[in-house]
Design a protein around this ligand. Structure first.
Ligand code: HOZ
Length: 427
């Protein structure tokens, strides 16, 4: 595949932007080679600067659940832009968005819009700390909640991809308040609570992690967390930036029937525009300024473009049969890939929850950070590049999830499986 133009752009970009990218994993350092510079996208496909086409399972890292360039989203965003890009003042669109979110997400009685998932998680833990008067937070190893200081401790996503799960630059005075536990272990949660009695403000986790690859919650895990946090007066925060509106309209909390105190959202809720949101029980959200003393603000928060694109996306997702269709497509891909993997003596382990999935090149089972880290990342890199050469775009790291969209056709999926068969034979 010819990527001359992408290579030229990448060379230039590296002189101007750290690593040539505005978000680290995009630089392809975990898989080698040059990232295609993307020019356009439509439906299930993206197109690079050299005119190559790829079936896309990244979907802008989650938001493009309807497929790229959905006409209703484009129309709504253009219309909003024609009325003015941003006013820094309340709009009717924000009210409509809040109503929709509250209707869809079980835990949310009030919601505040922000501009990114990072802002959402950062604000949610501030509310939890402000409400409880406690400083410590608990997060799971390998979960990623954006790049705010408190979260860059044993974090997944790019930090794990580049082998620096705890970032320099985070003051010890901040990180000392972040306690970590392995995902899927209630014993570890009990132990850390016992050792920090009455000091923990919140437990925050991705209910279905996607940032150490996709991991499934074990039976009773989320329910157990709910019981323990209720007993201890600890705020339970589900970070549903990835899983929200994806695993069900009401996210993982609807799918697994466990209602947290607070929820953070992003990605899908903006239909591809920059957005985030946090919400929860009224009692907690009424601590937020100007009703309460916990401060959080933003010039572009709730801007009409993101609201319009998000509202259209949520309305599309409310149509009957959407999640069934996503499930069917995702099962088709998983079944096909498992059949391929069974033909070759290469250790591989599959995880999938709804339309989020990962192929780990590890013996498995993969159920937490430690088991995910057993993956053969060099083999993943080879697999990734082989797929890219055959026109299939996967996330360029073993420690990220793949996303199915409603635009993926059976033909796309079957072509992906056929490509995987060719590549697996070379691993
Ligand atoms: N590490 C981010 C997703 N988990 C990547 C975001 C991006 O590069 O756009």
């Amino acid at each position: 595949m010819n990527r001359t133009r992408s290579s030229e752009l990448f060379r230039k970009a590296q002189e101007l932007i750290p690593g040539g990218v505005n978000s680290p994993v995009r630089a392809f350092r975990a898989v080698g080679g040059t990232p295609p510079f993307i020019k356009s996208a439509r439906g299930s496909k993206i197109y690079d600067a050299d005119g190559n086409e790829y079936i896309d399972y990244v979907g802008s890292w989650g938001p493009m659940i309807l497929g790229h360039c959905h006409p209703a989203i484009t129309e709504a965003a253009v219309k909003a832009l024609e009325n003015g890009a941003s006013f820094g003042a309340p709009t009717e669109l924000e009210v409509e968005m809040a109503e929709l979110v509250i209707k869809c997400v079980p835990s949310v009685e009030m919601v505040r819009m922000v501009n990114s998932g990072t802002e959402a998680t950062m604000s949610a833990i501030r509310v939890a700390r402000g409400y409880t008067g406690r400083d410590k937070i608990v997060k799971c190893e390998g979960c990623y909640h954006g790049h705010e200081d408190s979260f860059l401790v044993k974090a997944g996503s790019g930090l794990t991809t580049f082998g620096v799960p705890t970032s320099p630059g985070v003051p010890k005075d901040v990180s000392k308040n972040t306690l970590t536990v392995p995902y899927n272990s209630l014993e570890a949660v009990e132990a850390i609570i016992a050792a920090n009695k009455g000091e923990i403000a919140c437990i925050i986790l991705e209910p279905v992690p996607g940032n150490m690859g996709c991991i499934e919650p074990g039976a009773g895990y989320l329910e157990g967390l709910r019981k323990i946090t209720e007993r201890e007066g600890i705020i339970l925060i589900f970070d549903e930036v990835m899983s929200g509106f994806r695993l069900a309209l009401g996210g993982a909390q609807e799918r697994f029937g466990v209602t947290p105190d607070m929820t953070t959202m992003g990605k899908i809720i903006g239909g591809g525009l920059p957005v985030g949101a946090y919400g929860g029980k009224k009692e907690l959200m009424q601590k937020v300024s100007p009703v309460g003393p916990v401060y959080q603000a933003g010039t572009l928060s709730g801007n009409p473009l993101a609201m319009s694109a998000g509202i259209v996306t949520l309305k599309e997702l409310m149509k009957p049969g959407v999640y069934e269709a996503l499930e069917k497509k995702s099962v088709r891909l998983e079944t096909g890939l498992k059949k391929v993997a069974a033909k070759y003596p290469v250790p591989a382990s599959f995880t999938r929850v709804g339309s989020m999935s990962t192929v780990f090149f590890a013996p498995g089972p993969v159920f937490d950070y430690e088991s995910a880290l057993k993956s053969d990342t060099a083999r993943f890199g080879k697999f990734f590049m082989g797929m890219l050469e055959r026109g299939v775009n996967l996330a360029p790291s073993q420690f990220e999830a793949g996303f199915m969209s409603l635009a993926h056709s059976d033909e796309d999926i079957d072509r992906t499986i056929a490509a995987a068969d060719e590549v697996w034979a070379t691993l």
